[in-house]
Design a protein around this ligand. Structure first.
Ligand SMILES: Cc1cc2nc3c(=O)[nH]c(=O)nc-3n(C[C@H](O)[C@H](O)[C@H](O)COP(=O)(O)OP(=O)(O)OC[C@H]3O[C@@H](n4cnc5c(N)ncnc54)[C@H](O)[C@@H]3O)c2cc1C
Length: 273
């Protein structure tokens, strides 16, 4: 069955890291009054390449639902077609258009809210931005809404190489100041000497969070396996991990959490490659 294609008009484009060539985009679907999706889902963008072949690529939505708009965070991939096509879209006032279908995907927050570790590298931060906007809407202005976190502890562990590539840093730092149950942990693998924050890969900090939490709650690690009599779909967990980025990181963190005894249903992930 043919998928319904929407035309999305570029309303705003901003380079958020010159070094990493990463762009933030705001698109508006003029033909719709609202574009409903769940934070964490992706859209499929469609365009013709230089050989006249239709190309489709997935892009996580980097915002929480808001009217007929959605936002993306895309970095240029060397020799890549679609990432460069988007990065080269002319800025306003031209109002370039792209074709998309969606929303798609199951990389969404589990209900009811639980303590959560969001783990991302690079543009894998996009769905995490959607999650945090949904959980912690602003207290005033047009996007204002109730806090949906239910007081659960939400950690965002964000790994990148350099200080220049910490996408949306000011937003997450402001959110951490506003919400005592949101914890922002950017960590750099190739930090300069002057960097006063966390270093190393995300796994180091994920391991520490899991160990400290188990110690605080007096829980054993590895966790005991759930009762096999309970069907997997009915298992209830008090913490989930959400992992997004390139496969080598996603697989490594999944293995790490499995080593702590985490159940596969507690580990929700999206791979970009
Ligand atoms: C569900 C899903 C959501 C995605 N969301 C995003 C997103 O929010 N932002 C985003 O920038 N990309 C995202 N991607 C990746 C995106 O779909 C494209 O693969 C990427 O833009 C490269 O496409 P291209 O046509 O430029 O290059 P191609 O010629 O198709 O790809 C070249 C190679 O680049 C690698 N690659 C893919 N993504 C990246 C990346 N982000 N950084 C470095 N190397 C990469 C892959 O190994 C791929 O084989 C997502 C992928 C999936 C499956």
């Amino acid at each position: 069955m043919a998928r319904e294609l929407f035309t999305a008009r570029l309303a705003h484009k901003e380079c958020i890291s010159e070094v990493a060539q990463c762009y933030h985009f705001v698109f508006v679907i003029d033909e719709l009054e609202s574009f409903p999706y769940t934070a964490g889902q992706f859209v499929s963008a469609v365009a013709e390449d230089a050989n006249g072949k239709m190309q489709t690529r997935a892009y996580s939505i980097a915002s929480a639902p808001s009217g007929n708009r959605f936002e993306l965070c895309v970095n240029r991939v060397e020799e890549g077609f679609f990432s460069n096509h988007l990065a080269d879209l002319p800025d306003l006032p031209i109002g370039s258009k792209i074709q998309i279908h969606g929303p798609h995907g199951h990389f969404v927050l589990q209900e009811p809210s639980t303590d959560s570790i969001f783990i991302a590298t690079g543009t894998g931060v996009a769905p995490m931005r959607g999650y945090t906007q949904w959980l912690f809407p602003p207290e005033s202005g047009p996007e204002a809404g109730p806090d949906r976190s239910q007081g659960k502890q939400i950690c965002l562990v964000y790994g990148t190489r350099y200080e220049t590539d910490i996408y949306y840093r000011e937003e997450f730092e402001a959110l951490e100041k506003r919400k005592p149950n949101f914890h922002y942990l950017p960590t750099l693998s190739r930090a300069s000497e002057s960097w006063g924050g966390l270093r190393e890969h995300v796994q180091v900090h994920v391991g520490r969070i899991v160990e400290e939490r188990a110690a605080q709650l007096g829980l054993p690690l590895p966790q005991p396996a759930p009762d096999p009599a309970i069907p997997a779909a009915e298992l209830k967990f008090d913490i989930y991990a959400y992992i997004c980025g390139l496969n080598f990181m996603v697989s490594s963190v999944r293995d790490q959490l499995a080593g702590f005894g985490w159940h596969r249903k507690q580990i929700v992930f999206e791979r970009y490659d």
